[in-house]
Design a binder for this molecule. Structure first.
Ligand code: PMP
Ligand code: GLU
Length: 397
């Protein structure tokens, strides 16, 4: 009998990649789809970063690096954390991995035992609960609706903590909602965390630079939180480097050492050439980051204004990242005569197959009344997509 491990039976596929795949399949059949499913910048990786990689290849920088990443790269990361976040981390308190995704998975695998609870505010990024399940832990969700700006309150956090809670995963700016926590809001959440021993925050800051309201705040900067926080960040979003696969953690030495141990037996250090590119991203000119941030902000404004013209959708103004997360539950129970829309996944499938716009249903993000659009695409595509969505939704009665 062929059967995979019990561990594998707990996992479901990533809906973000699944919808992207479906969109590509339709495109391959000659259907012109506007793809707003996957969260990845459409910009090319900036020239100076690409040429650092070319130079690395030319110089033969093509062998194994130390498991937690090259020292020069970890120094660049320490420099970035000091300059941009006012945080002191020694390079020995940093581990570089194959994208922020592996960084997050390392931390979860290193800290979570069978039966441990991990608090994940919903809407959440699709992979967090899956990684917790892989580690044998139990994801515990706190719901944060559009009415509360998709952000949890200290009171909600306190109520969700039990003696089994080991970790809280915070993501600000958030995927999928774009919500951004202020320093004050993080201080209030930190107060709750500090009341409980042996409770850690995994702070996913991968969208740090895509912030439209001001300075980025990290919970690691709150008083007493440095020893309770593992920061996750990387180059994928800010520098349009999704394919290079470089992310990192910075945190307490004992957690960093555990991740190093795990990575040494699992993947080794990430791609040497990509590490040189990432070093240039963090050490080189930051003008490209601001240029892309401004382009994303213009796209956000355009998408919000067009989506607000569509009856039946509830649309807020996201403060960061490159996602819009409208409420679409007013369409549940409606039909175009051939199918009934019962869930947000049905809704996303309808938009894909009838409207030819690829999005992702909120079910995958623990928020069944919503759906996600990625606006990491051109203004022209955004205009086309919103026209198509409006026309498709007119068919639902
Ligand atoms: N965290 C969040 C919230 C994300 O949206 C993503 C998406 N890629 C990641 C982590 C993983 O980033 P990377 O591509 O660096 O693995
Ligand atoms: N983070 C992106 C997204 O949410 C990329 C896909 C993924 O890593 O899940 O669309």
């Amino acid at each position: 009998m062929s059967s995979v491990s019990k561990r594998m039976t707990r996992l479901s596929p990533s809906m973000t990649f699944a919808m992207n795949q479906k969109s590509n399949e339709l495109k391959a059949k000659g259907i012109d789809v506007v793809n707003m499913s996957l969260g990845e910048p459409d910009f090319d990786t900036p020239e100076h970063i690409k040429s650092a990689a070319v130079q690395a290849i030319g110089k033969g920088y093509t062998h194994y690096t130390p498991v937690p990443g090259a020292l020069s790269l970890k120094e660049a990361i320490s420099g970035k954390l000091k300059k941009e976040n006012g945080l002191e981390y020694d390079p020995s308190e940093v581990v570089v991995s194959n994208g922020a995704k592996q960084s997050i998975c390392n931390v979860i695998m290193a800290l979570i035992d069978e039966g441990d609870e991990v608090i994940i505010p919903a809407p959440y990024w699709v992979s967090y609960p899956q990684m917790v399940l892989l580690a044998g832990g139990t994801p515990v969700h706190i719901d944060a609706s559009i009415e509360q700006g998709f952000k949890i309150t200290p009171d909600q956090l306190e109520k969700a903590i039990t003696p089994k809670t080991r970790m809280i995963i915070l993501c600000s700016p958030s995927n999928p909602t774009g919500a951004v926590y202020s320093q004050q809001e993080l201080d209030a959440l930190a107060q709750v965390v500090l009341r409980h021993e042996d409770l850690y925050v995994l702070s996913d800051e991968i969208y740090e630079h895509l912030n439209y309201i001001g300075a980025h705040a990290s919970i690691a900067a709150c008083e007493g939180m440095r020893e309770r926080t593992v920061i996750v960040n990387g180059v994928s979003k800010a520098y349009a480097m999704t394919g290079w696969r470089i992310g990192f953690i910075a945190g307490p030495k004992w957690i960093v050492s555990a991740c190093n141990l795990l990575q040494g037996q699992y993947t080794s250090g990430p791609c040497s050439v990509s590490q040189k590119a990432a070093e240039e991203a963090w050490n080189g000119s930051q003008a490209c980051v601001e240029e892309m941030r401004q382009a994303f902000q213009r796209r956000r404004d355009l998408l919000v204004s067009k989506m607000r013209e569509i009856p039946g959708l509830e649309v807020n103004v996201p403060e960061g990242a490159f996602y819009l997360f409208p409420k679409c539950s007013s369409f549940f129970g409606k039909t175009d005569g051939t199918r009934i829309i019962n869930t947000s996944t049905d809704f996303a499938m309808f938009l894909l197959e009838v409207g030819h716009v690829a999005t992702v249903g909120g079910d995958a993000f623990g928020a069944p009344d919503y759906f996600r659009l990625s606006y990491a695409t051109s203004e022209e595509m955004i205009l086309e997509a919103t026209k198509r969505i409006a026309n498709a939704l007119k068919l639902l009665k």
